[in-house]
Design a protein around this ligand. Sequence first.
Ligand SMILES: *[C@@H]1O[C@H](CO)[C@@H](O)[C@H](O)[C@H]1NC(C)=O
Ligand SMILES: *[C@@H]1O[C@H](CO)[C@@H](O)[C@H](O)[C@H]1NC(C)=O
Ligand SMILES: *[C@@H]1O[C@H](CO)[C@@H](O)[C@H](O)[C@H]1NC(C)=O
Ligand SMILES: *[C@@H]1O[C@H](CO)[C@@H](O)[C@H](O)[C@H]1NC(C)=O
Ligand SMILES: *[C@@H]1O[C@H](CO)[C@@H](O)[C@H](O)[C@H]1NC(C)=O
Ligand SMILES: *[C@@H]1O[C@H](CO)[C@@H](O)[C@H](O)[C@H]1NC(C)=O
Ligand SMILES: *[C@@H]1O[C@H](CO)[C@@H](O)[C@H](O)[C@H]1NC(C)=O
Length: 737
Amino acid sequence: MARALPWLTFAATLLLLASIKSSTASRMAKPGCQETCGNLTIPYPFGIGEGCFYGQGFDVSCENYRVFMHNSSSRMEIYNISLVGAQARVSTLIASKCSYKNGTDTDWGVSSNTADLFTISSKANKLTVVGCNTLAFLGGFNEHRAGAGCFSMCPDKQGVDGSGQCSGMGCCQTSIAPNLNSLNIGFDDRYNNSEVRDFNPCSYAFVAEQDWFRFEASYLDDDKFREKFKDEVPAVLDWVVGHESCDEAVKNMTSYTCISKNSHCIMSPNATGYLCTCNNGFTGNPYLEEGCQDIDECGFRYQYPCHGICSNTIGDYSCSCKSGTSSIDPKIETCKPITVSEEARLTKMFIGISACVVILLICVFALLNECQKRKLVKEKKIFFQQHGGLLLYEQIRSKQVDTVRIFTKEELENATNNFDSSRELGRGGHGTVYKGILKDGRVVAIKRSKVMNMDQKDEFAQEMVILSQINHRNVVKLLGCCLEVEVPMLVYECIPNGTLFELMHGKNRRLSISLDTRLRIAQESAEALAYLHSSASPPIVHGDVKSPNILLGDNHTAKVTDFGASRMLPTDEIQFMTMVQGTIGYLDPEYLQERQLTEKSDVYSFGVVLLELITMKFAIYSDSAGEKRNLASSFLLAMKENGLQFILDKNILEFETELLQEIAQLAKCCLSMRGEERPLMREVAERLRSIRSTWRVQLIQNPSRETECLLENSSHYDPSSTGQHGSLMTLDLESGR
Ligand SMILES: *[C@@H]1O[C@H](CO)[C@@H](O)[C@H](O)[C@H]1NC(C)=O
Ligand SMILES: *[C@@H]1O[C@H](CO)[C@@H](O)[C@H](O)[C@H]1NC(C)=O
Ligand SMILES: *[C@@H]1O[C@H](CO)[C@@H](O)[C@H](O)[C@H]1NC(C)=O
Ligand SMILES: *[C@@H]1O[C@H](CO)[C@@H](O)[C@H](O)[C@H]1NC(C)=O
Ligand SMILES: *[C@@H]1O[C@H](CO)[C@@H](O)[C@H](O)[C@H]1NC(C)=O
Ligand SMILES: *[C@@H]1O[C@H](CO)[C@@H](O)[C@H](O)[C@H]1NC(C)=O
Ligand SMILES: *[C@@H]1O[C@H](CO)[C@@H](O)[C@H](O)[C@H]1NC(C)=O
């Protein structure tokens, strides 16, 4: 028992709550007041008894299950009360005027007043007059006097409209003025029923609900009319709960009537004043506290349609379709099972397929990207191997070559600002040279070669190993290389003062270079080449000796560079075929013909450089007539025709002819058509040194003189001695070989 008690109390509480809820939900009268009378619900502001109604006119009485306006001038029954429409259907009296056959005449007017907040509805009512030969008036008062009249004429029974229409033949209707508080209905004296009394002794006039009244010809018979209507007809009253506007009403909280939660004030459309109404989604009596209750819309499917699953919310409701069904708006359209309409299925299929394709594409792209990355890494590795990275590495370890470093691609990219064109130092036949700044601040020249073929690649590492071992003051030092890229890149020391080519033919060529300097540059270059040819085994052939490839360091120290075309000659002396590389004007004609690159090819090219130094002309130059000429050919021709003075640089013509002849002879030897006839590079270097020491005094002391003197000097030129010298020299060099 004791254990069941809490459950009982709980159940009781639930019941109590439910009953309170249901009572408040349906409650229309004030608490403690009689709510119904007969079949009629009496909603507040109407009420029976003291304290149960809102104000004068709203007090009603209940007698024999019938409701009456309690305190009105005439006894008015209330048939119906509409809270929402703010209307009440009440009984009103009928005015009549009769001329009976027995001679009796009667005339009953009607007059009535309504309470302050009530008016006779002008929209819902009409002044209706029944009778033939009658004119009735309605006089009333709203704020002004207002009136209406209605005349009906039917001289005999046949003239009565039998169709039930109130058309002026036995019946007429007219509108009444709005907001009438009081009215009087009466008949005009000039018309009476004496003429038509045998079928219509009486005329009737009343204000009644227009939709309620339907005219019938039989109503012209007094007995029939009285039988049907007694002496009352229904009329509609409009009511308000205050004559103020809503704005004004809300301000005075003591008199404001819309006291329910979820209610608000509206202006009456039918009368002057305000009304209360529940907010959307709520229903009940807005004039009572807690009067407006949430509508359970799901219980009223007709008013609140829902073709799916309905669920009530406070002030609203939601409607959704069962899973597996769908509708654009289930409140309007029935939920249909999600079908299978062919079109929809195709659309879905299409969307599905596109999604799949997109995902697939993304996957493929990701995969490709990954592959690309891997390929790149692999490529780097392959390049490293191809370029003899391992070999070089071995060599570096075994020979303890610590002068050459292997740079990574990133290092060089950083150093050259990603090979920015502004960093370009020069662009040659074999590649482009960039200025690079290493992380440690060292300035270097980075050469990026053009694409090589496989054979070239194979030798590259070997060549680099050798180059790395070359340590000659007149050879540009190789600092390192990068093997990770398709074409290996070389890192050299940076030589600041430009090339010999620039010195001779560049913008500053007006500064004449002394012959001694020229010879020194030639000698140093020759020594460098001689070193290349002899110091390494197998010999290294430069392959592209020319003035742009001789860099100038401090004090015009010559530094031979660009071994792009350089070849190591195989030790077995079998010279190899290769593509012709080199620069026109410097190219060994024999090499051009036989495709055999030998040390002697370098000698020929060096000869051209030497020529450049003493003539200050380009290897291919334009003569006075503007024709392109090959410097070597022109020189050899000049030598043959003893016209050396015409081709030599005028600035050096001041020197002893003998000296000039010696240099010219050396150049001529170098330019011999047949390689065998050319001296070795070592011999050329020695010859240059001996010339410099022999003529030391003249070279150092002889200052530059003006051109006039030089011309004078050139007349002493002895061609015969040149030839002699030349042959001697040739012999000399040949024997030295
Ligand atoms: C109440 O309504 C019922 C049915 O609608 C009707 O039979 C009964 O006469 C009505 N009572 C009164 C007092 O109007
Ligand atoms: C209504 O009754 C009150 C007193 O109960 C009276 O003063 C008032 O005049 C009456 N109103 C009408 C319209 O008869
Ligand atoms: C009262 O009004 C309701 C709804 O407006 C209607 O259904 C009912 O018939 C009316 N009753 C009378 C007696 O006119
Ligand atoms: C106003 O008059 C019309 C016509 O008679 C009626 O339908 C409506 O309920 C009345 N009241 C309101 C508040 O609209
Ligand atoms: C005349 O007839 C009417 C109705 O038929 C009747 O109410 C009335 O009393 C009669 N008058 C006389 C004087 O008989
Ligand atoms: C009725 O009307 C006729 C003619 O219009 C008139 O002669 C007669 O006096 C009127 N009767 C009364 C009672 O006014
Ligand atoms: C507010 O309404 C009360 C009761 O109707 C009235 O006595 C009072 O004068 C009103 N106050 C104002 C400011 O209108």
